[in-house]
Design a binder for this molecule. Structure first.
Ligand SMILES: Nc1ncnc2c1ncn2[C@@H]1O[C@H](COP(=O)(O)OP(=O)(O)OP(=O)(O)O)[C@@H](O)[C@H]1O
Ligand SMILES: [Mg+2]
Length: 326
């Protein structure tokens, strides 16, 4: 493991979606397989309907459904800019719908109030779960492991072990809380085609864990291009519920954007799209109380004379978002 590893921090809709790891090979053969996604969900927000939101009538509800926003929670985590385009309305109306959906969730005690007294804030911090990375040294660095309500970024050079950490997290997340896990499902978004279910099995066996149980709890999704990744992230709230996941891993967060937006002229567009995607991830982490792990490549920074001449790719967009985290 290189010492650049630092804490903090699938395509069109309806196409390939996450499937249980044991089905991966079959899914690769049968692309466009969308089975496994229609699982039962039982969280409280499911009881709420879009039309329960103040100011949203049947016409808007229909437009929202057409844009893929089917639950109050979906609306609550959308950005106003994105929604305004999706349902062809003004940014102000979009923002009002989002705020009304968040109010409904707050009033229903599904998400917390805007202002918390410090004792409640402390309680919230205590409700935060931590998941062991499987490495004692790394857990120490992260003060006990990766945490929910936050995004943790691992960045490092080619072959430094980022994907291996992600594979290990698949095994540790399923473990009971008292054993350093979160007793949770995992969503693994693989942008580089490097997810190997057999490696997860090997790690689980080596750690004396029930590998079948572990494999069944990982939903993996291979993404093929940046638009596919953005769509998966847009629907991530639904997948988190479907798979009862408390951990979302995005191995190679910017690889696809980096490859597709190559020239200088496309940089602003790329950064804007990355920004939208990352903000959504952070909102999901907070609202769903989930841990998000992203991995990132490094790029050389030839203007560095002292210290490490490499830095995480993605520029200030990624750095600011990560530093802004609680
Ligand atoms: N089955 C395995 N058993 C033991 N070690 C392995 C195994 N698979 C990979 N490794 C080790 O992990 C290293 C590769 O790490 P990994 O693929 O996690 O790198 P990475 O940081 O994700 O790189 P990249 O930036 O290319 O995605 C290999 O050099 C190898 O030492
Ligand atoms: Mg990798």
């Amino acid at each position: 493991m290189s010492d650049e590893i630092v804490g903090y921090m699938t395509g069109e809709r309806g196409k390939t979606t996450p499937t249980s790891v044991e089905d991966v090979e079959e899914t690769v053969r049968k692309t466009n397989d969308t089975t496994n996604m229609n699982m039962n969900t039982n969280i409280e927000s499911e009881a709420l309907e879009i039309q329960d939101i103040e100011g949203i009538g049947p016409t808007t509800a229909k437009k929202l459904k057409e844009a893929g926003i089917v639950s109050v929670m979906d609306l609550a985590v959308t950005s106003a800019d994105e929604l305004a385009v999706d349902i062809n309305t003004s940014k102000e109306s979009a923002a009002a719908f989002i705020m009304a959906s968040q109010k409904l969730l707050r009033d229903s005690h599904i998400i917390e109030k805007e202002f918390l007294t410090a004792d409640l804030a402390l309680e919230k911090r205590r409700s935060m779960l931590r998941c062991s990375t499987g490495s004692r040294a790394l857990d120490e660095l992260l003060l006990g492991g990766i945490e929910t309500q936050a995004v943790t970024e691992f960045y490092g050079e080619f072959g430094s072990g980022k994907s291996q950490i992600c594979h290990t997290l698949c095994a540790t997340a399923r473990q009971p809380i008292e054993s350093g896990g979160m007793d949770s499902g995992v969503i693994y978004i693989d942008t580089e085609g490097t997810f190997r279910p057999e490696r997860v099995e090997q790690i689980a066996r080596a750690r004396g864990l029930d590998h079948r149980h572990v494999l069944k709890s990982v939903a993996v999704c291979k993404v093929y291009n940046s638009s596919h990744l953005e769509l998966i992230i847009k629907d991530l709230g639904k997948y988190v519920n479907d798979f009862n996941a408390k951990l979302v891993i995005i191995d190679g967060i910017i690889s696809l954007h980096r490859a597709e937006f190559a020239g200088r002229g496309t940089l602003a567009d790329r950064q804007q799209r990355l920004n939208g995607m990352l903000h959504k991830i952070i909102r999901l982490a907070e609202i769903f109380n989930i841990a998000v792990v992203i991995t990132n490549q490094v790029q050389s920074s030839p203007d560095t004379f002292f210290g490490d001449p490499t830095k995480a790719a993605g520029g200030n967009i990624i750095a600011h978002l990560i530093l802004d985290l609680p």
